[in-house]
Each structure stands twice: as C-alpha cells, then as structure tokens.
Design a protein around this ligand. Structure first.
Ligand code: G1P
Length: 300
C-alpha cells in the first residue's frame, strides 16, 4: 500500500453518514430523521454541511437509509418558497438560504441498506468517492469553532495541506466516557497536534490508551475502502471504522488534530439540549432573551 504522504492530493468530497435510526430520540425520530432536529433554527445536518463548505469541500455525499428522504429534500431548491419570499421582499432570508444551498450536481445520496456499523456506512460511499482523499463528518457531533473562528474541518485541512496522510480530530473526554467513543494513543507532539500510534473503539476505561476521543471529523485516504471491504466486526458487533483505520496505520501516517473548540454530542439528549442552550445564548437575535429566560427558570 503506498504511503500517500509523498503526494498531497486535494480533499474535494465529504461523506456524511446519516442512516442511524436515532432510537434515543423516539418518538421525535419516528418519522423525522434525527439529523433534521433543530439546534435553534437549523437542522443538525446543516451544521456539518456548513462546516464542510467552509473547509472548501465541493461535493457532499450522504449515506442515508429508509425514512431519510427529507434530508435530500432539505438540500434541494424550493422554488415556491423562494418565489414567495421574493414577492415579500425577504432579502435576508433569501440570502441566508442561498448561502446554505449546495450547487446542482454537488450532492450525492446512497443508502446503507442495513445497520452494520460506521465502517460499513463509510464503505457504502466508495464508488462516489473513488480514488481520492475525502473528509468524513459525523453530523451528530455539532461543533462550535474556537475563539479564532475557524471550524474544525477547515483547521484540519490546514494541517493536511502540510502533512498529507490521514488526520483525525481528537479532544479530551472524561475517563468515564472513554467506553462511548473511539480513543487514540498519542505519540510525539507536533504543531497543532500529535502523531497517532494506535487507536481502539469503545475501550473499557482500564484498557484505554488515553482519554483523547475521536470527535467525529476525519480526513482519510481512499485505501481505507479496501480495508473496510473485509473488515471483521468489532465493538458492539458492528463493522468499526476505527478498526480499519488501525490497520491503515500500518502503512500510512495518522495525525491527531487537537480541536480547541466545543463539541456537542447531539446523539444524546444532554448533548442536544446543551447545543441548543449554547447556540441560543450566542445568537444575536434571541441570545439576551434566552439568558433572561434561563436565569429566571433556574431561580424557580
Ligand atoms: C463513532 C465512532 C467513534 C467516535 C464517535 C464520535 O461512534 O465509531 O470512534 O468516537 O462516533 O461520535 P458512534 O457514535 O457511532 O457509536
């Protein structure tokens, strides 16, 4: 397997796995995909797509499942809506929608067909990605950029343009949480992060090599697809991306990018509520009012 560090190829496409059933959000997720639940006024999936666009991604690949068709509708044009807004002179709304609208021919949708794990979901995108590096964003993880304002994937792209290879964003988690995430074993430090020496999916706390969790943003080389093709099942009886990345580590470099912003795990109720509170407090229009509401609710 070639070490792709020798030639740094541009990352043009991003994969968004959105096939999960979202059972933790029943009954809300019965007919509304959990990725369409809103943090303030934007669906969870749109946060990840905006982050990818900011990082220069040109083509958005969604790995979906049954009952997720509304995600495809969300990224299509809605002519009646646009005409109505135009006739009412709602210029700001039209501009906001235009900023978030992928260009025609720049989205692809494929179906995972069966819930066999994240590794299998990523593998389902292999034909659409082809032989080029790609970004992977797990939309449940909604990220707030650090003080410099640069999103997680855009910062990872800066690192990638220097180092090539594979990049995984990582951040500290509580020791009690390591069994919920992929955990990396850090090696030597370098600007912006560290070399990755190993990784393990959902370890028992006593076996975890660190408390640096994989936070849901990756830049991967296409050789991962060959490994996913024959990846045995791992943690939870699922085909795990982390297991295939560990095998790729034998042939290629992995760099751990230290994400300094804030990540909300919107796959859990607490994370979802926390994201809503933080983004609402930051919102220019409603922030001050929400602060008052929270203060008075807490005083009761
Ligand atoms: C997946 C990955 C895991 C990562 C996590 C981030 O797990 O397998 O390595 O830490 O996403 O959200 P999942 O949340 O699908 O169980």
């Amino acid at each position: 397997m070639p070490d792709s560090n020798s030639a740094i190829r541009p990352v043009r496409k991003a994969v968004f796995p959105v096939a999960g059933l979202g059972t933790r959000f029943l009954p809300a997720s019965k007919s509304v995909p959990k990725e369409m639940l809103t943090v303030v006024d934007m669906p969870v999936i749109q946060y990840a797509v905006n982050e990818a666009r900011e990082a220069g991604i040109e083509h958005f690949v969604f790995v979906t499942g049954r009952n997720k068709a509304v995600i495809e509708d969300h990224f299509d044009l809605q002519p009646e809506l646009l005409e109505t807004l135009a006739s009412r002179n709602k210029t700001e709304m039209l501009e906001m929608l235009a900023r978030q609208q992928p260009e025609a021919g720049r989205t692809s949708f494929t179906r995972q067909q069966a819930p066999l794990g994240l590794g299998h979901a990523v593998w389902c995108a292999r034909d659409i990605i082809g032989d080029e590096p790609f970004a992977l964003l797990l939309p449940d993880m909604v990220m707030k950029a650090p003080a410099n304002g640069t999103g997680c994937l855009a910062s990872m792209m800066d690192v990638y343009n220097q180092t090539g290879g594979n990049i995984i964003a990582a951040e500290q988690c509580d020791s009690a949480q390591v069994s919920s995430y992929g955990i990396v074993a850090p090696g030597d430090r370098a600007a912006g992060g560290f070399e990755i020496k190993g990784m393990v999916e959902k370890p028992n706390p006593e076996d975890a090599p660190s408390n640096l969790m994989i936070n849901g943003r990756y830049i991967l080389q296409p050789e991962i697809f060959t490994l996913l093709e024959n990846q045995a099942t791992g943690a939870g009886g699922e085909i795990q991306l982390t297991d295939a990345m560990l095998r790729l580590l034998d042939a290629q470099s992995f760099f751990g990018y230290d994400f300094k912003g804030k990540t909300f795990d919107c796959g859990s109720k607490e994370g979802f509520i926390s994201a809503n509170v933080h983004f609402a407090l930051d919102n220019e229009e409603i922030g001050p009012m929400v602060r008052q509401l929270l203060t008075s609710a807490l005083a009761q």
